[in-house]
Write a protein that binds this ligand. Structure first.
Ligand SMILES: Cc1cc2nc3c(=O)[nH]c(=O)nc-3n(C[C@H](O)[C@H](O)[C@H](O)COP(=O)(O)OP(=O)(O)OC[C@H]3O[C@@H](n4cnc5c(N)ncnc54)[C@H](O)[C@@H]3O)c2cc1C
Ligand SMILES: NC(=O)c1ccc[n+]([C@@H]2O[C@H](COP(=O)([O-])OP(=O)(O)OC[C@H]3O[C@@H](n4cnc5c(N)ncnc54)[C@H](OP(=O)(O)O)[C@@H]3O)[C@@H](O)[C@H]2O)c1
Length: 419
């Protein structure tokens, strides 16, 4: 193993040769890949733009958040959740589990470094990953040079803020749901929640629990399913049924059961999509909402469902049905997106939307040592499955390399001379 740490060019950019892969993102996906590699003794560098692991969970989620799938579907490879954890761990418990995970596998990310570009250098057959420091008075740059690159920056790297007519003119507070913590400060206020995914539904519930008056915008359609059916997790039940039945039939069964438990959601302004929940997730990546109480609040009138937005005025919003309602604050629960297209200079494996183009289950490996972990739209279970496959592949390449006793240093020196 060789290390060129400390070399720098005339602009002050540091160069670091990495034996093994560079992993970008220290969320659950990056941690899972790291743990699997650690176990096999493969060295790596894990880069994280913030000052902590799992920054989505630590910095960009609301207080009342719990895992919405049973814990057995959310644990990372090689470390089950503690037995005393409830079926649906709280965000605090999940973060504690991840901190313990990082400690157990001795994972030490390079914090406060944001990857601003990564490209494959055809001449050298190496990846060049440039980071910029996110703390300190100067924004120093480091270039990591490596044979393998694991993209683990997440499906939810950035909040999506849609362009809505007049939003700039609105005089009240406007935040994206990533900055929402609790409804406590909205007590007594009229809050417009834009979006009815899992975030929009739960934030509306939280606002109502804190005596605010939420109106939730449902501009199209959404599947709402109970989180549990007869005491069993709906997700678990769906997984079980999928072993024997085709997807469309599982969808039909789920919708019948949902109708018995939740009633006709259309009665409350929540139209169901024409495709079933699992087919919709598979074909379009749209997650069904697992209801944890918002629907009851909608039935009781504590949460008002409103249609799409036409435009905002200074203190009100005009809706597409011609109605105008007064609003004190707006929470944009309008979803998230990948940030890969902003930094990865590669268009063969990753599409314009920042997700691998190859459909599941083959979207984890590209060419030239490029890997993607956590982009299957299958939550933490998908991230864990990716991590295991990626680590196995890297270990194989790594071992073959070692066996061939490749001379990397002269090769690298040639490349460094081209900077
Ligand atoms: C509110 C919310 C609740 C959720 N609840 C669940 C749930 O209950 N169950 C479930 O299975 N899934 C859930 N998900 C999906 C969630 O995305 C995954 O659970 C999990 O966080 C994915 O892990 P990840 O590591 O792939 O991505 P992330 O957790 O997003 O981690 C990516 C990391 O990469 C870092 N990063 C990004 N860009 C750069 C860059 N350019 N340079 C360096 N670092 C960078 C980020 O700072 C972040 O730390 C939820 C998502 C949200 C938004
Ligand atoms: N553990 C948990 O309990 C939990 C909690 C929250 C989130 N999550 C997960 O986090 C991920 C993201 O969920 P999310 O709810 O934040 O995002 P999401 O599922 O992408 O939902 C975004 C919502 O915003 C709406 N929207 C977007 N632009 C709009 C506009 N201009 N006007 C009106 N509505 C607009 C969308 O409507 P259209 O459908 O019409 O586009 C949709 O209802 C999902 O995987 C989810 O399961 C999990």
């Amino acid at each position: 193993m060789f290390n060129f740490s400390g070399q720098s060019d005339s602009f002050g950019r540091r160069f670091v040769w990495v034996n093994g892969p560079v992993i970008v993102g220290a969320g659950p996906s990056g941690l899972a890949v790291s743990a699997c590699l650690k176990e096999q003794g493969v060295p790596f560098v894990l880069i994280e733009r913030t000052d902590c692991i799992a920054s989505l969970w630590q910095k960009r989620t609301y207080d009342r958040l719990k895992l919405h799938l049973p814990k057995k579907f959310c644990q990372l490879p090689k470390l089950p959740f503690p037995e005393e954890y409830p079926e649906y761990p709280t965000k605090k418990q999940f973060i504690a589990y991840l901190e313990n995970y990082a400690q157990k596998f001795d994972i030490k990310p390079r914090f406060n470094e944001c990857v601003k570009s990564a490209r494959y250098d055809e001449a050298c057959h190496l990846w060049r990953v440039v980071t910029v420091s996110t703390t300190g008075p100067t924004r120093s740059e480091t270039e990591y040079i490596c044979q393998m690159l694991v993209v683990a920056t997440g499906e939810n790297a950035e909040g999506v803020v849609p362009e809505i007519d007049g939003l700039q003119e609105f005089s009240g507070e406007v935040i994206h749901v990533k900055d929402y913590k609790s409804g406590a400060k909205y007590s007594g206020k009229k809050v417009l929640v834009v979006g009815c995914g899992n975030s929009g539904m739960e934030v509306s519930l939280d606002l109502s629990n804190h005596n605010a008056k939420p109106s939730m915008v449902v501009r199209s359609s959404v599947h709402v399913l109970p989180r549990e059916i007869m005491g069993k997790s709906t997700f678990d039940l769906a997984m079980l049924l999928m072993k024997w039945l085709p997807l469309w039939m599982v969808d039909k069964l789920l919708l019948i059961l949902a109708w018995f438990i939740l009633g006709n959601t259309q009665k409350y302004g929540i139209k169901r999509p024409s495709l079933g929940p699992l087919q919709l997730k598979n074909h379009h990546g749209k997650t069904p909402v697992l209801d944890i109480g918002a629907l009851q609040k909608i039935r009781s009138g504590d949460i008002t469902v409103v249609p799409g937005i036409k435009r905002f005025n200074s203190k009100s919003v005009e809706l597409v049905n011609g109605e105008t309602i007064d609003v004190d604050a707006v929470v944009l629960a309008t979803g998230y997106c990948s940030n890969v297209p902003y930094w990865l200079q590669e268009t063969e494996f990753f599409g314009k939307n920042g997700f691998p183009k190859t459909p599941f289950p083959n979207g984890w490996k590209g060419k030239n040592g490029l890997y993607a972990s956590g982009f299957t739209r299958r939550g933490l279970a998908g991230a864990s499955a990716d991590a295991i496959k990626i680590a196995q592949d890297i270990v194989k390449v790594w071992t073959e390399d070692l066996n061939q006793k490749k001379q990397k240093v002269p090769h690298l020196r040639r490349c460094m001379s081209t900077f």
